[in-house]
Design a protein around this ligand. Structure first.
Ligand SMILES: Cc1ncc(COP(=O)(O)O)c(C=O)c1O
Length: 391
């Protein structure tokens, strides 16, 4: 008997329903045009919002860090010590975000897995937006706290659910700042009001807000001017900052506590000197100038206005994340394949990343795109959309 036969069956099922993910191979640095599977294509997939992923200043910082510190961290920070680079990044990030302290992690995913189980456990309740990122869902599962999902961005539903939970030790409300598959923005001021009324801890995952929202890309708390009102911010260095890594931002009390209790911090090696050094340069560059953030928003407005005018449904996006709603996963896949043949890399996204029946093409805009790039994309979207009978 083949004990692992269920794997074949599952893979066949994914293929038949159009949900098998085709991971393409990139053969060039990140940028507006990249080489994918041997073909030069316009890149509408990456989270490289500001172009930092291949920025010469970041690359040179990484090279210098390797010379000075070598390539590997050699152990976890609590056991073998931390480098001055990690500390410098944490100080500079705190200043940029306008918080007392930050603590860096290996990724945003790790940051969520660290913070949620450290803050809540059995007897506590988490109120989590139903479209929160998978790393938040997994952090909640690990915590063993009761998790109640409230309807997406629905404050009435959040209030109803939080007021119905009596005899709770601790309440924690968690929301994505910008929802990664929708591009809409959490109603953070209203969530803060609910948190204050019910004495709940409030946590926002700002992965897609950094480098995008707020003054010079300082994120969602800055965007809504809620400094001091949000207990915990989770961030990533893998999107607008262009590198890899994650962090928690908040009070020194919280970061001191997580350095003792955050399991991915305690039991997994730190980010490398090359990564951390590039992150420092990204934070410095963003602190010094908002030119790239402005360009990102100009591109976003231009592209989305034209796409809506043509007749595409872009959902409720208010940010550079641009979902082109299709519905059927197979059609979304076919659309993506035809775009690729015309020189455009825009992946289709289906279940389980988005709910069943809500497949879409997810276009990620970047400051690296030129007007000509965007016009090229819009013309091809229109042509293929018409050929598939979607317009
Ligand atoms: C909202 C949100 N949180 C966390 C993450 C994970 O970040 P990282 O890639 O740094 O692990 C992502 C990335 O997709 C995200 O969109």
């Amino acid at each position: 008997m083949d004990k692992l036969n269920f794997i074949n069956e599952e893979l066949i099922k994914l293929k038949e329903t159009g949900l098998l993910i085709n991971i393409r191979t990139i053969e060039s640095p990140q940028g507006s045009w990249i080489t994918v599977d041997g073909k030069e294509v316009l890149n509408l997939c990456s989270n490289n919002y500001l172009g930092f992923a291949n920025d010469p200043k970041l690359k040179s910082a990484s090279q210098k860090a390797i010379e000075n510190y070598g390539v590997g961290p050699a152990a976890v920070r609590t056991i073998a010590g931390t480098t001055t680079l990690h500390k410098e990044l944490e100080h500079k990030l705190a200043a940029f975000k306008g918080v007392e302290s930050t603590l860096s992690f290996q990724s945003g995913f790790c940051a969520n897995l660290a913070v949620i189980p450290a803050i809540v456990g059995e007897g506590d309740v988490v109120f989590s937006d139903e479209l929160n990122h998978a790393s938040i869902i997994d952090g909640c599962r690990l915590s063993k706290a009761k998790t109640i999902r409230y309807e997406h961005c629905n404050i009435k539903d959040l209030k109803a659910k939080i007021s119905a939970e009596k005899d709770v030790k601790r309440r924690l409300i968690i929301t994505d700042g910008i929802f990664s598959m929708e591009g809409d923005i959490a109603p953070l001021p209203e969530i803060v009001n609910v948190a204050e009324k019910y004495d709940a801890i409030i946590m926002v995952d700002d992965a897609h807000g950094e480098g995008v929202l707020g003054r010079g890309g300082r994120g969602i708390v800055d965007h809504f001017n809620l400094h001091g009102k949000v207990d915990i911010e989770v961030g990533t260095m893998s999107k607008a900052f262009g590198v890899v890594g994650g962090y928690i931002a908040g009070s020194k009390r919280i970061t001191d506590y997580l350095a003792q209790k955050g399991r991915p911090f305690l039991f997994s090696s730190a980010a490398t000197s090359a990564d951390v050094s590039a992150c420092i340069t990204a934070v410095e560059t963003l602190t010094a100038s908002d030119i790239l953030v402005k360009k990102l928003w100009e591109n976003t407005e231009f592209f989305q206005e034209k796409m809506r005018h043509i007749g595409f449904n872009l959902g409720n996006t208010k940010t550079p994340i641009t979902p082109v709603m299709i519905g059927d996963a197979k059609i979304a896949k076919e659309f993506s394949q035809k775009l690729f043949e015309s020189g455009i890399f825009a992946q289709s996204i289906g279940y389980p990343t988005v709910p069943m029946g809500k497949a879409r093409l997810r276009v990620m805009l970047s400051a690296t795109h030129s007007k000509e790039d965007l016009i090229f994309a819009i013309e091809n979207f229109e042509k293929i959309g018409r050929s598939l009978g979607l317009l």
